[in-house]
Design a binder for this molecule. Structure first.
Ligand code: HEC
Length: 141
């Protein structure tokens, strides 16, 4: 912070927050919500998840980065971890998206896959890449 009074900088920070939310909305915002995990969420290992994403052939329908293929985008994750696991156990259209039962793949392994998807770079733009936000960020520094 430079010479801004605490009050002014707080107002500026709130403004930046609002603008970030508004700017993110049209780009399929949801990563933020998905990233805020339930306290009961399992801790996933993204590196193990990357291998599991291949072992269980998820990539075949969702692409190696969860962004391509005939299945929907998985990056950034739209569902929270518990919903994600629930969906895989019991997908609404099992002839399109195969179910992955507990006996085949544990909750922990699905949590690892989820962590891998969360770790992938998202296609959403950074605030720094949006000119008006970049300007505001400069001014508040
Ligand atoms: C045979 C192709 C296929 C494979 C293999 C597959 N999926 Fe899918 N997946 C789909 C399709 C198609 C849908 C969309 C189904 C629908 O709309 O009802 C889907 C939907 C999903 C969704 C819901 C996404 C959303 O935003 O609603 C998740 C999560 C998901 N898949 C994760 C996985 C994971 C993780 C794996 C590997 C363990 C996997 N899928 C393997 C085809 C596949």
């Amino acid at each position: 912070m430079t010479t801004a009074t605490p009050c002014r900088s707080r107002a500026a920070a709130a403004l930046v927050g609002l603008l970030l939310a508004a700017a993110a909305a049209p780009f399929g915002f949801g990563a933020g919500a998905a990233a805020a995990q339930d306290p009961a969420a399992l801790e996933g290992d993204a590196e193990r998840g990357a291998a599991l994403f291949e072992d269980y052939t998820c990539y075949g329908c969702h692409g190696y980065t969860g962004e391509t293929g005939r299945g929907p985008r998985l990056n950034p994750p739209r569902l929270r971890q518990a919903q994600f696991i629930g969906y895989l156990r019991n997908p609404p259209n099992p002839r399109q998206m195969p179910p992955y039962r507990q006996a085949e793949v544990s909750d922990q392994k699905l949590a690892d896959i989820y962590a891998f998807l969360e770790s992938l770079p998202s296609a959403s733009p950074d605030a720094e890449d949006i000119p008006v936000l970049r300007e505001i960020l400069r001014e508040t520094r």
